[in-house]
Design a protein around this ligand. Structure first.
Ligand SMILES: Nc1ncnc2c1ncn2[C@@H]1O[C@H](COP(=O)(O)OP(=O)(O)O)[C@@H](O)[C@H]1O
Ligand SMILES: [Mg+2]
Length: 390
């Protein structure tokens, strides 16, 4: 939800900022303006926030005239007014012109948070998706391919270096470990908690269930044990992905290699599937089977991308051999880098933080740049599209 705050007081503005950057912050874009009522009209017209918070600007009913201009011009915009004195006249007048809440100023954090969350729940329930994020799925052709490592680190870099809003969802119903690759925090909730509370799932519930690795990068951990995993059903995945797509620029799925009803539901909602393998025969054999299964499920070639991890030039098997055997082009190769990757994985810290210039980091950055460029202009990918179909 996009929120604009105008306050006449710098101290109050900071207090409000803190409330909004607390619980549920991942789902908010906040614009802070220090100044007076003259900002209201221009910001309403240009920024079109979903919610306006006006602090210390209304002292009596007469100040509401300016607010009324905006409430009538933008009927879907919500307004919360914070003022020092709340006379019955002011409250009545505010109600008349369609203000949602009149609260005390300086702000009472719990009251403001409750009012904002009420609105967020409402907006999530009725609003059409604000934008459509891209859903990328990573599947290992065999355990130990590096699918989780790549998914987690690509997600982190998209958030840290491209300023994208990213959600990594660990859909490995058994033995999920994605959150551990980028954080040492205990997950507040898991996929199982989200599934069992699906009727009250909204953007702020989702955000608060995730491990917040960065303000714009959250990881939803996998269920902690197989019993809880059984609570996760395909219909939950559908609701979860629709919601996540509406609120994040990139939704990255770490999917195990078992194809079942839940993972297939996830793949139905995926824009790009990355199959991760290494260049040895057992991996190639399993890649062949997996590709066969994916084609059987009706996923077209343009959706499936081959990612060779731990690639070493001059190995026994050449890239062309892999491509010929699997009848699909290799989209990306990620080099082998035992030391840097081990360090990152063992510390639970993204590789870009422990080895900024490592070849693996560079390869991930290249892949990220291509993804971002391709996602922003559909025309940009016509060449790769042709190549994949060749
Ligand atoms: N490019 C790489 N270079 C060196 N080691 C890697 C690389 N990618 C992954 N690894 C190692 O492989 C291990 C398994 O990776 P993981 O992502 O858990 O595999 P998967 O999810 O496919 O089962 C990681 O713990 C890491 O140590
Ligand atoms: Mg894994």
């Amino acid at each position: 939800m996009k929120i604009a705050v105008i306050s006449a007081s710098k101290t109050n503005l900071e207090a409000i900022r803190q409330v909004l950057s607390g619980e549920g912050a991942l789902a908010r874009a906040v614009l802070l303006i220090h100044g007076g009522m003259e900002h209201l009209g221009p910001v309403a017209d240009q920024e079109r926030p979903d919610l306006f918070i006006l602090d210390a600007l209304c002292h009596g009913p007469e100040d509401l005239a300016a607010v009324e201009q905006s409430t009538s011009r933008h009927p879907s915009m919500a307004f919360i007014i914070l003022c020092e004195s709340q006379s019955p006249e002011l409250l009545l007048q505010a109600m008349h012109i369609g203000v949602r809440d009149v609260l005390a100023s300086p702000v009472s954090p719990p009251a403001l948070l409750a009012a904002v969350e009420r609105l967020e729940r409402k907006t999530a329930a009725v609003a059409a998706p604000l934008h459509k994020g891209r859903v990328l799925a990573f599947i290992p052709c065999k355990g130990g391919s590096g699918a989780t490592f790549l998914a987690a680190n690509l997600g982190y870099m998209l958030a840290a270096e491209q300023d994208k809003k990213v959600a990594l969802l660990d859909l490995n119903l058994q033995f999920g470990d994605a959150s551990l690759f980028v954080s040492d925090h205990v997950p507040p909730n898991t996929l199982a908690d989200v599934a069992s509370n699906i009727t009250r799932l909204d953007a702020s519930f989702l955000a608060s269930s995730m491990v917040e690795v960065l303000p714009n990068f959250g990881v939803l951990a996998a269920p902690e044990d197989p019993e809880r995993a059984a609570e996760v059903k395909p219909q939950h995945i559908e609701v979860l992905l629709n919601l996540a797509r509406a609120h994040y620029d990139y939704v990255i799925l770490d999917i195990g290699r078992t194809l079942d009803a839940t993972s297939v539901k996830a793949l139905d909602h995926t824009d790009q599937i990355f199959l991760v393998l290494q260049e040895t025969l057992p991996f190639i054999r399993d890649a062949k089977r997996l590709l066969h299964a994916l084609h059987g499920l009706g996923y077209g070639r343009e959706k499936i991308h081959l990612l060779i991890n731990r690639y070493e030039k001059g190995g026994d098997i050449r890239l062309e051999d892999v491509e010929r055997t699997l009848e699909i082009k290799v989209s990306h190769t990620i080099p082998n880098s035992f030391e840097a990757v081990s360090k990152s994985v063992n510390q639970g810290v993204p590789i870009v933080q422990v080895a900024r210039h490592d070849p693996v980091t560079r390869a991930l950055r290249e892949m990220m740049d291509e993804l971002v460029a391709g996602g922003e202009s559909p025309k940009g990918s016509w060449l790769s599209h042709l190549l994949h179909n060749a």
